[in-house]
Design a protein around this ligand. Structure first.
Ligand code: FE2
Length: 378
């Protein structure tokens, strides 16, 4: 692992990062928003807090707002064959379309991004109803993924935005409390040879900094290899970016790029304060996770011999453990949640550690490769 000294981009105060206040929401574009929202509620314990669609005056698409702790997902589907959402889904399958950030000034963040080389998706605009005015602007990132800057300081409505209603929300399914608290990090996959360009984009255009870099000799198994650089805004927005590297067989990142037909979001990591309870609840609700062999725990107990951990529970639930110089972390990865082998979720509980489970990469990737082989892609 190569850890860079925290290296502020030049003129950081003149970059969009200086306006970012945290995650606003993550929007998924899917083929059937009602069904995906229902799945995320029943399996992951999200609750429905808002809805936009024909009943609220929107003709071309529907969106369900789902919340849990400080995490907000927006699940959107198109209502006609020529909808950009429908076409996006036909091309990529269900996926993550917008990584939206809360900012203190959407137009200022946008203008700085454009001046520093970002591609515009939508110039600053406002949306107004009786609860106030929401200010937004959108720029492009890898693939067809985008970042919307959202300034909520002038808007105090009961739901996400003008045009959304909290009257048409979906009923909550019964199930054990899951306890997810916030977005820990969001990982993107980009094409081979493009990692440096996208790291440059986040550093030079957005004013992010590099947190960590892993080379392919650090992240490889017998068959599959990748390189990864983690960029962050210095506070809450942490975004690892992966590119495939040559291995004996097809990299899992390359499998994603081919299945999604381009770069995109690979996984969303969500934090919990009690991973044993969270993973038990998720399993009871029907979530399926990557598994590691029992031999993983023989090795893990040695790596973390001095830490008091509920090993039997961790092994029973297949929760992974890792440590760095600052502490340790517990994590687990779901199977891909889309039909195509693209997007999955991670559940993570940090005890001081600021890494991403590098010590688990090999065990995890070997687990992914077992699934890849079952799909005939290895
Ligand atoms: Fe992760």
């Amino acid at each position: 692992m190569t850890t860079f000294a925290t290296r502020p981009a030049e003129n950081l105060s003149d970059a969009p990062a200086s306006h970012i206040r945290g995650w606003d929401s993550i929007e998924l574009w899917v083929g059937n928003a009602r069904a995906t929202a229902g799945f995320l509620m029943s399996a992951f314990g999200f609750r429905s807090t808002g809805y936009a669609g024909p009943e609220t005056g929107r003709r071309d698409s529907v969106s369900h707002v789902l919340e849990q702790g400080g995490i907000r997902l927006v699940v959107t589907g198109g209502l006609s064959a020529d909808s950009p959402i429908t076409q996006h889904v036909a091309h990529h399958g269900d996926g993550v379309h917008d990584l939206a950030w809360l900012v203190d000034d959407a137009a200022a963040a946008y203008e700085l991004a454009i001046a520093r080389g970002a591609r515009s998706v939508r110039e600053p605009w406002t949306e107004t109803d009786e609860h106030g005015t929401l200010s937004l602007a959108t720029v492009a990132t890898y693939g067809e993924t985008q970042h919307t800057f959202v300034d909520r300081s002038g808007y105090h409505g009961p739901s996400l935005a003008p045009g959304y209603s909290d009257a048409d929300v979906l009923p909550n399914p019964v199930g054990p409390e899951v306890g997810l608290t916030l977005v820990d990090h969001v990982v993107g996959n980009v094409e081979q040879g493009r990692l440096a360009d996208w790291v440059d984009f986040y550093e030079q255009v957005m004013g992010f900094r590099q947190l960590t870099h892993f080379d392919d000799d650090q992240i490889s198994t017998e068959f599959s290899a990748l390189m990864s650089t983690v960029v962050w805004d210095g506070h809450d927005i942490v975004m690892p970016i992966n590119e495939p590297a040559d291995g004996l067989k097809k990299s899992q990142i390359q499998e994603y790029i081919e299945a999604y037909d381009g770069p995109g979001v690979q996984h969303i990591a969500m934090a919990t304060d009690d991973i044993v309870a969270t993973v038990q609840a998720l399993r009871d609700r029907g979530v399926r996770f990557m598994t590691v062999p029992a031999t993983y725990y023989t090795d893990a107990k040695q790596r973390l011999a001095d830490v008091e951990l509920p090993w039997a529970e961790l092994e029973r639930l297949n929760i992974l453990v890792d440590r760095d110089e600052r502490g340790y972390l517990l994590q687990i990865f779901t199977e891909t949640v889309m039909d195509r082998p693209t997007v999955f979720f991670e559940i993570i509980q940090r005890h001081g550690a600021t890494g991403f489970g590098e010590g688990n990469f090999k065990a995890l990737f070997e687990a992914i490769e077992r699934d890849q082989a079952r799909r005939g892609n290895l």
